[in-house]
Write a new protein. Structure first.
Length: 469
């Protein structure tokens, strides 16, 4: 069975009820008669924790590129998220960031932003939007155990129900959005598709996170981030505070082998004070913790190159963390999943020409490239990283990016060029345009800041906190 031009998709199966799976369902909804989402666990009806998502305990945000992609798939979703308490934080206007090259300035009139909220709220808003579509249904407490079909065409999945019974589900399109636990590599081998290339680059970072009741109004409070410096001889550490719904701060601390945080609540604030600057420790000293400390070790960058496989089964698509999982430090996962879903939708809009699935998989791979370059380009320079060591080209690129980052501490033009890429709205190649190269050559046009740049209003709030101790 082969794909023919504009052959209809009557039935689609999406494996995984994550945000990636929901966005994939949204992407194909106008091209199918029915979509069934297969989820191993129960899906909550509101912003509650979802089983099988340990990373939900850690800070999450949507880059501008990802937020716009979500709204393209599900109009008005970002407004709904903001109405539910999420924050739209302008970059770098409302950010206090200590990079390895210095403190970034809070430039005015920037067009980039991030959306900050708990992962539970973000998942809930996306899920509720998708499940309004009458074409979409969910089968929970069900696990997919294999693919049906051949190495030329996937025709459905085998599933195991909660009672242990097994059955088959026929489908014209199967989408794997099961995340880091994806078993598609094994399923493809069973179908005779071999030679899958995998990249795995692991800095060894461990995450520890907890939520605090903010001691100041969370609305319009800046994101605070202390980035790790891979140039230092000791293991890297980092941390961040994101304002989220309910006047809370979500705080995550990270450390590489040799300086890793633990789940001990009594050590959380102490670890924050070991970062390159104590601003996070100083702030949470005034805040009240409302959760325990959650820890995760699953922070490796891992990417499968499905786009290189030949043959590739028609009727099969892989996206989200099932395709490429990133170190959560860089906040790219949901944004990349959204951009990948848009690529899938656009491929369907062009018609189901022969080899549609392979072409769509290649488009999705291209959507992953920018985020992968950003994450790996940073992580390979930590001395604790396994999987790849920087070569001469990597070191030269790192020197240039470091110079550009230092320039960005005192140059609006350089800062905008960097945030274009970080926001997933421009490719890394945009950083070598003549105007950007010239800015890096000239260097910062303003003197470097010597500490966090709080506004006068924020300084008053902080002084009031100190006075009330």
């Amino acid at each position: 069975m082969t794909e023919t031009l504009d052959s209809p998709i009557k039935r689609a199966v999406v494996v995984g009820g994550s945000s990636a799976g929901m966005l994939a369902a949204a992407a194909i909804a106008d091209h199918v008669d029915s979509i069934e989402i297969i989820e191993a666990h129960e899906l909550p009806t509101g912003p509650e924790p979802r089983t099988g998502v340990p990373q939900a305990a850690h800070i999450h945000f949507l880059q501008a590129g990802g937020a716009e992609a979500i709204d393209s798939l599900l109009p008005d979703t970002i407004n709904r998220l903001l109405a539910a308490g999420a924050h739209r934080v302008p970059m770098t206007t409302n950010m206090i960031v200590h990079s390895p090259e210095g403190w970034y300035r809070r430039w005015r009139n920037t067009t980039h932003y991030v959306i900050t909220a708990s992962r539970n709220l973000t998942d809930s808003i996306i899920r509720n939007q998708v499940l309004k579509n009458p074409r979409v249904s969910v089968r929970t407490h069900t696990r997919v155990t294999g693919l049906l079909g051949s190495n030329r065409h996937a025709t459905g999945v085998r599933v195991r129900e909660a009672d242990g019974g097994e059955t088959t589900l026929k489908a014209d399109l199967v989408i794997d959005a099961t995340g880091r636990a994806s078993r598609t590599p094994q399923w493809l081998e069973e179908m005779g598709v071999t030679g899958l290339a995998e990249d795995r680059i692991d800095s060894g970072l461990v995450y520890a996170s907890r939520i605090y009741r903010a001691p100041v109004p969370a609305r319009n409070w800046p994101v605070v981030a202390i980035q790790a410096d891979p140039r230092l001889p000791q293991p890297g550490t980092a941390g961040g505070i994101l304002p989220i719904e309910g006047d809370h701060w979500h705080v995550s601390l990270m450390g590489a082998p040799g300086r890793q945080p633990t789940s001990d609540p009594s050590q959380f604030a102490a670890f924050a004070r070991t970062l390159r600057h104590p601003v996070i420790a100083d702030l949470i000293e005034h805040a009240e913790p409302v959760t325990d400390v959650s820890v995760t070790h699953s922070t490796a960058n891992r990417r499968y190159h499905y786009e290189r496989l030949n043959p590739w089964p028609a009727g099969l698509i892989v996206l989200g963390d099932a395709l490429a999982a990133f170190n959560p430090l860089y906040g790219q996962g949901i944004s990349v999943a959204a951009l990948s879903a848009v690529a899938l939708r656009d491929a369907l809009d062009r018609g189901r020409a022969p080899n549609f699935a392979r072409r769509a998989q290649r488009d999705i791979a291209r959507c992953t490239n920018t985020a992968w370059t950003l994450a790996v380009g940073q992580d390979i320079h930590f001395p604790t990283t396994t999987g790849k060591s920087p070569n001469l080209a990597d070191r030269l690129l790192r020197r240039y990016i470091s110079r550009l980052s230092r320039t960005a501490t005192g140059s609006f033009h350089a800062a905008t060029a960097l945030t274009d890429v970080v926001a997933l709205q421009a490719p890394p190649t945009s950083l070598v345009k003549p105007s950007v190269l010239l800015a890096a050559l000239i260097g910062p046009q303003r003197p470097q800041l010597h500490g966090p740049q709080f506004t006068p209003a924020e300084q008053i709030l902080l002084k009031n906190l100190e006075a009330s101790k």
